[in-house]
Each structure stands twice: as structure tokens, then as C-alpha cells.
Design a protein around this ligand. Structure first.
Ligand code: CP
Ligand code: NVA
Length: 302
């Protein structure tokens, strides 16, 4: 059987994504009821390469491996030969001969693509400048737990056309929903992704118009990791794209609010919204653990 990687949501079929979602829910339930999963990944190792900071991703993958009976290793470029210029191709060949799966958080998406090409083990994208598919597994599970199937719903993405926005575009295609994107001029998502998505995705310039009638409102930081220098310059341009009570008032009365976190209260979202009754951000964060367990089992053929 050929190796499966998870670099974007497009690496799975919609049916497989639904299976992963249902398994994530079942694993969450099993952990609550029994307190363990019977060690399905005993003696298996996940190598985790982090070239950017992380709280949720590191915790969730490391704890997922422990709870599945396996082991996770944290590798920072500062302490590995990757940081001293060992080629990605060589690192991939070496690491994948020992580890059973490899998780990478890095800058260029081409890094995970190259790594996957030379890897003998499944490679998981744990965030690149272009995509963050693991977050979408958690978001879609969270939606399902609160509201059922995502099919036919309307999601408003308000803010930067960044890695999370790109993964929402892929999600619109894979989970079959409509996506309204509101972003400032010059901060649009990739044109090729918009083109692929066709009429499933609508690009707008007004936050309230995007939120109109939405079932789910989502945002993210205005300056992503690696864009810290642009933070100040972005503030003014992004302020009209803040998710606040007025924006939420345009969505359906039972609309949910999500944010992958970390959040900046008073910037992309007000405290009133993120700490309010429509926000499901803590379930969303917790579901990283359950959804990624399902992903690991899927990729490792369990
Ligand atoms: N949402 C997310 O990926 O969080 P971390 O950056 O803390 O991993
Ligand atoms: N867009 C953000 C997501 C963080 C989880 C970033 O890339 O920094």
C-alpha cells in the first residue's frame, strides 16, 4: 500500500474526512468513558519538527501519541542538523527510516511537499505559510458536535487571506459548504484556490455583508507567524474586519464563532465575542487532540 500524507485537506476524499471526523468523536467518547484506547499505536513513534512556535499543536500531537500507546519526539531546528543546513531530502529519508510518522510545522509549503516526496513514512502538515489542515479537522468536528453535518451551511471567514483561510477554502470543497470571505484589499487568499473553489467561495470587502445569514463566523490573527514586522502596518487596514457584536448580529441567531487561537482580543475579535455564548473556541482547541488521534490512526493504517 502506498504511503498516505496529510499536507492539505485535498489529500483525503470527502468520505475519508467524514470517517476521520466520526472517529474523532468516538475516540473523545471512549477516552471519557474508559480513560484509555487500548494502545493501538504501541511502539510507534511520531517525530515532530517545529520551525515555528506552538502550544496547541505540540500538546495535542504529543498527548495523542501518549494516549494511543506510542511516543512523540519534539525536534527543533536549533538542535537538529536541519537547522544547520542538512538537505530536507536527506532528513526525510533518515527520519522516516526510524519514525513511523513525521509532523512538520514550517514556513514554506514546499518544505512539507519535498519532505513527503522523500519520506518513507506519512508526513503531516502541522501548519505552513499556506495551509493548516489539522486545525480544520478540529473545526469540522466541533461544528458537527454542536450542529450536525456541515453540508449546505454558510461560513463567514473575516480577516486575513492566510493559511487558515486557504484551509477553509479547501474545507468548503471537501465538506460541501458555502464560504464568504471578507478581507482588506491586498490580503486576499491565493487566486488559484479561489478559482478551484468556483462558486462555493465568494470574496467580499465588507465584514457585515460576509457575516449576513452565516451559520459560522471564523477569524484569525491579522499577522501570522513570520509576519511580526507587519503587525503595526496591518492594524489600520484590518480594523474594519474585526469580528465584534455588530458583525455577529448579522449572522444567524444560533451562529457559532471559531478561532484557531492564539487570539488577540481587541484586534481581530472583541472579548465580548470570543468570551461570549456563541464562541466554541475551547471545544475547538480540545478537539485538536481527538481529531488528530483519528488522523494518526488513519495514516498508520489502524
Ligand atoms: N491553533 C494552533 O495551531 O495553535 P498553536 O499555534 O498553539 O499550535
Ligand atoms: N495564521 C496563524 C495561525 C496560528 C495557529 C499563523 O500562521 O500564525
Amino acid at each position: 500500500m502506498s504511503i498516505r500524507h496529510f499536507l492539505t485537506l485535498k489529500d483525503c476524499t470527502p468520505e475519508e474526512l467524514q470517517q476521520i471526523l466520526q472517529r474523532g468523536i468516538a475516540l473523545k467518547q471512549e477516552l471519557k468513558e474508559k480513560g484509555h484506547h487500548g494502545d493501538p499505536l504501541k511502539n510507534r513513534s511520531l517525530a515532530m519538527i517545529f520551525e515555528k512556535a506552538s502550544t496547541r499543536t505540540r500538546l495535542s500531537f504529543e498527548i495523542a501519541m501518549t494516549q494511543l500507546g506510542g511516543h512523540a519526539l519534539f525536534l527543533s531546528p536549533r538542535d537538529t542538523q536541519l537547522g544547520r543546513g542538512e538537505p530536507i531530502e536527506d532528513s526525510a529519508r533518515v527520519m522516516s527510516r526510524m519514525a513511523d510518522a513525521i509532523m512538520i510545522r514550517t514556513f514554506g509549503h514546499d518544505v512539507v511537499e519535498t519532505f513527503a516526496r522523500y519520506s518513507e513514512a506519512p508526513v503531516i502538515n502541522a501548519l505552513t505559510d499556506d495551509f493548516h489542515p489539522c486545525q480544520l479537522l478540529a473545526d469540522m468536528q466541533t461544528w458537527y458536535e454542536h450542529r450536525g453535518p456541515m453540508q449546505g451551511k454558510t461560513v463567514a471567514w473575516i480577516g486575513d487571506g492566510n493559511n487558515m483561510c486557504h484551509s477553509y477554502i479547501n474545507a468548503a470543497m471537501q465538506y460541501d459548504f458555502q464560504l464568504h470571505i471578507a478581507c482588506p484589499e491586498g490580503f486576499e487568499p491565493r487566486a488559484d484556490l479561489l478559482e478551484q473553489a468556483g462558486d462555493r467561495v465568494t470574496l467580499m470587502r465588507d465584514a457585515k455583508a460576509a457575516a449576513q445569514g452565516a451559520d459560522l463566523v471564523v477569524t484569525d490573527v491579522w499577522a501570522s507567524m513570520g509576519q511580526e514586522d507587519e503587525q503595526a502596518a496591518r492594524m489600520e487596514k484590518f480594523m474594519p474586519f474585526q469580528v465584534n457584536a455588530e458583525v455577529m448580529a448579522r449572522a444567524k441567531p444560533d451562529a457559532l464563532f471559531m478561532h484557531c487561537l492564539p487570539a488577540h482580543r481587541g484586534e481581530e475579535v472583541t472579548a465580548e465575542v470570543i468570551d461570549g455564548p456563541q464562541s466554541v473556541v475551547w471545544d475547538e482547541a480540545e478537539n485538536r487532540l481527538h481529531a488528530q488521534k483519528a488522523l494518526l490512526l488513519f495514516l498508520l493504517g489502524k
